[in-house]
Design a protein around this ligand. Structure first.
Ligand SMILES: [Zn+2]
Ligand SMILES: [Zn+2]
Length: 241
């Protein structure tokens, strides 16, 4: 399995060479690829890479709005996102439900509910091809069935909106937690569930503005927890066997 991090920037104003485009990744296996997310930076450019399908995690602008002018392939979205996207000119929009994996080009993708936003319910994707399984979740406060989601994963690809600042708040009317878990917390999930490696994407200001110093801090948190960790930059390719 090959991961290509086409974009690694979260929903922030700051743009750098390392983190230029909204968070999206290509998962390839034996010449076939599926893509996760397509934010508004990508509008009109979704066909620049070849992909057999696009899976959307949730309908926030930095994850889905790149499809507002249509898509060059089938698009899978969780029910609430699919409803939001129903009027967009996407020829082949399909609903993906949790617990019902979809296989495209030998790559199996299964949605897991995560807490992140009340208005735009989000999922993470457990993706398997050959002997490799990864979990990809760019925006997350917590994963509802973390054990099932992360069991046996070689890599956890997670939310870099914050390294160690608190970005979680409680929504007034529903009491739900919304926002982003710090990288530090996600590394602890990895340690608890024996996931040996984390790749940080969806980078927020702490990482994008913090440069090398921020990356070092992420690495220290990883070392403390016995988890190998790296911060993805646009264009990074990772081959997993
Ligand atoms: Zn986001
Ligand atoms: Zn979001």
């Amino acid at each position: 399995m090959k991961l290509t991090f086409l974009g690694t920037r979260g929903y922030i104003e700051t743009v750098t060479d390392a983190h230029r485009m909204h968070t999206t990744a290509l998962v390839s296996y034996r010449g076939r690829s599926v893509r996760i997310d397509c934010g508004e930076d990508w509008v009109g450019r979704c066909g620049e890479v070849r992909q057999q399908a696009i899976f959307i995690t949730h309908c926030h602008p930095d994850h889905a709005f790149g499809l507002k002018q249509g898509a060059p392939c089938p698009v899978y979205a969780p029910p609430e996102a699919a409803e939001e996207m129903a009027d967009w000119p996407i020829d082949d929009l399909r609903v993906i439900n949790c617990g019902e994996p979809v296989t495209v080009g030998g790559i199996s993708t299964e949605a897991f509910d995560v807490q992140h936003s009340t208005r735009c319910p989000a999922v993470g994707y457990r993706i398997s091809a050959g002997v490799v399984t990864v979990f990809y979740v760019p925006d997350v406060v917590y994963i509802k069935d973390r054990e099932a989601a992360l069991a046996g994963c070689q890599v956890y690809i997670g939310d870099g909106a914050t390294i160690d600042r608190n970005f979680v708040r409680r929504q007034k009317d529903t009491g739900e937690l919304i926002g982003h878990a710090p990288v530090r917390t996600q590394l602890t999930w990895c340690r608890k569930l024996d996931v040996p490696r984390m790749i940080v994407t969806h980078c927020g200001s702490q990482i994008v503005k913090g440069g090398e110093e921020a990356v070092r801090r992420v690495e220290e948190y990883g070392a403390e927890r016995g988890v190998e960790v790296e911060v993805a930059t646009d264009g990074l390719e990772v081959v997993l066997r």
